[in-house]
Every structure is written in structure tokens, then in C-alpha cells.
Design a protein around this ligand. Sequence first.
Ligand SMILES: [Zn+2]
Length: 238
Amino acid sequence: MRRAAICTLVVGAALALAAFAAESSVGAGSSGQSGTTGTTAGTPALAPAPKIVKDPIPFGADRKEQMRRYSEIHYGIDSYHIVGPHLVIWHYTASATFSSVWNTFAQDVPDVQYHVLPQVCAHFVIDTNGTIYQLVPLNIMCRQVVGLDYTAIGIENVGFSDQQVMGDRAQYHAALELTRWLRCKYGLPVKDVIGHNESLSSPYYIEHVASWRGQTHQDFDHHDMQIVRAAVARLPCS
Ligand SMILES: [Zn+2]
């Protein structure tokens, strides 16, 4: 049941364009992220975080409970809190604007592909001008990749192909800098910066629902992620 589809978010983003008025009101609750690169005595300072614009989607008690339930069913984890994280996962949105993606993620209705709650999301969305937006705290799971949500931070890039994102200097640079910061903050090896299309080969893959196994999308495949990982490997942590 391999789909030719792109990201989970894609179709939803297109629908959102038509369906929702922009609701960029940001609630007060961008909690849960340390937001610092904090140093401890005796360890070298981490490279600073890139500029991140906080633009949180609503993620209240209902959505947290939906995420907890999803996590219990699909991962056997009775929590909506991220384990680790152990992965940074790259995506593209297959949509043209940040606002359409934000609106899709914010509207907590069953997703358009699997028709379950909570709605899909990603922790970060990078616009084509290189602006990095954070939508979800780093300690909360987002449904972004079947089999890996429990342990992955998701980065969505506004655009329609790996090549478009990697050919956009501002956006690609921002994505690399964000990846550097996350990788270093959590001490992740470069190999655990992966593309959505590489999800099935990750050793962290867990899917308890048999009919969901084998699902992936085409965004950021192995060939392109080899280029990304080589670039990430050249970015030191301190
Ligand atoms: Zn994706």
C-alpha cells in the first residue's frame, strides 16, 4: 500500500487553503521547551540556536489525550511525551505557504490520509525565506511519520520537492542550522538525521498495528538525505 503521496500533511495543507480562515492567534502556551543551549561546567558551549519564531498551534488537553491514545495503540507507550528524542526527520510540505501548513496543523480534526486523531503536525516549519517557526514544544509527540512519532522531532520545509528545498539557499541553510542545533542539543549521531522516506529502515521504527506497517512517504529520500547528512556532518556542535 505504498502511496505515491508526499507528506502526511500535504493533502491537508491543500484543503486548509480553502477551508480555514487564517487563525494565527497564538495561545499563551508554548511551554515545554528549554530553548537554551545551556552549558555545563567543563563542556564546551554548543553552537547557538538559530533564530526561531514561536508560533504555537493549539495543543490542549483534548489533543494531548488523543496523542496519548494514539501512542498507546501504535507504540505501546502510555504518554504523549516524546521519548528521547532519538531522531530529527526532514519533510517538505507539498504546499506553497507557511500559513496553509499552520492552519492544517492547528485544526485538530482527523487527518486526511488515515482519518484518525489527533491531526498531524511537525515541531518546526521552515518557510521559503528561511524563517524557522516552532509550532509544538519539543517534549510533545507530533504525528509526522508512521512508526517514529514517539521519538522524533519533525522539520517541515515549505515546498514541493527535495530539490526545491535544497536549492533554496535561505531555506536549506536554515534547515541545516536548525538540524545542527537539535542534533547537538540531544547528542544525536548524524545518521539519525533522516528523511521521511527513510522511515521504514530506521532501527527506531515501531508499529503495533499490522495494517499500518510499511507506510511511508516520498519526501526526502535516501539519496538526498546522504547529501544533507554530509552537510550536517560538516557543522560542528561547538
Ligand atoms: Zn513527510
